[in-house]
Write a protein that binds this ligand. Structure first.
Ligand SMILES: [Cu+2]
Length: 237
């Protein structure tokens, strides 16, 4: 009897533990972001005023306000659940990193969650002064001379924040701070995937720094994959 009880309670504990770490499963929303029309030609960046950075690039680099791939795909689009998100999403313990390298922000766009740590690194032989132009969050700017250690910051509100360097006017980034953990940033193939969605009705938003936002509603009923696409109108300027 006693052994049985112990066994039973052991199983109950095991079951509870299993439920707590249960594989998310659920449905998936995936697709592709493309553009139609002719995007503005990206301008070459003149870094002659910062020779240590100019040297870091074998060929002159261009602005990154619109980055495209083969087949009219659009890069650096944040696709995320803007309504109906199933979680109150606690921030992941792992920091995301932005690196100042060759007087550019790498990556060009940083997606992260509210209260997730952002680590700022300067790999250059020159000073940078990173300045997120926050409105909902606290605005700050921090100088990082060459060789200075990385620092971390957090944002406690949802906001897509334009970022500049107070020293190098060509340096631009965006910190896309989201409440949800369900987001995806498009790379060269324009693709995105939002997995592990419990049944429900969701609004999916696609955001691009030059072309704005688009939304679509999607209903997930089980473990299906819904394919949607976003097509942005390219601006010639
Ligand atoms: Cu800079």
């Amino acid at each position: 009897m006693k052994v049985n009880q112990i066994l039973m309670s052991g199983i109950a504990v095991l079951a509870a533990a299993t439920m707590a770490v249960a594989a998310p499963g659920g449905g998936t929303v995936s697709g592709k972001v493309t553009y139609e029309g002719t995007p503005a030609k990206q301008k070459p960046i003149d870094m002659s005023k910062e020779p240590s950075c100019a040297k870091a690039h074998a060929t002159p680099i261009t602005t990154e306000a619109v980055v495209t791939g083969e087949g009219n795909t659009l890069e650096n689009v944040v696709v995320y659940i803007s309504a109906g998100a199933p979680d109150g999403a606690t921030a992941p313990a792992q920091a995301v990193t932005i690196t100042q390298r060759g007087c550019q922000y790498v990556p060009h766009l940083v997606a992260l969650q509210v209260n997730q740590e952002l680590k700022v690194v300067n790999e250059d032989q020159t000073s940078h002064n990173i300045h997120p132009l926050a409105k909902a969050n606290r605005e700050w700017n921090k100088s990082q001379p060459p060789g200075s250690p990385a620092f971390t910051e957090k944002f406690d509100k949802e906001e897509f924040i334009p970022v500049k360097c107070n020293i190098h006017p060509w340096m631009h980034s965006t910190f896309a701070v989201m409440k949800t953990s369900h987001y995806s940033v498009t790379a060269g193939n324009g693709g995105f995937t939002l997995p592990n969605l419990p049944p429900g009705k969701y609004t999916i938003t696609a955001w691009h720094e030059s072309y704005g936002t688009q939304t679509q509603d999607v209903t997930i009923t089980g473990s299906e994959t819904k394919t949607i696409s976003f097509v942005f109108k390219a601006k010639p300027y």
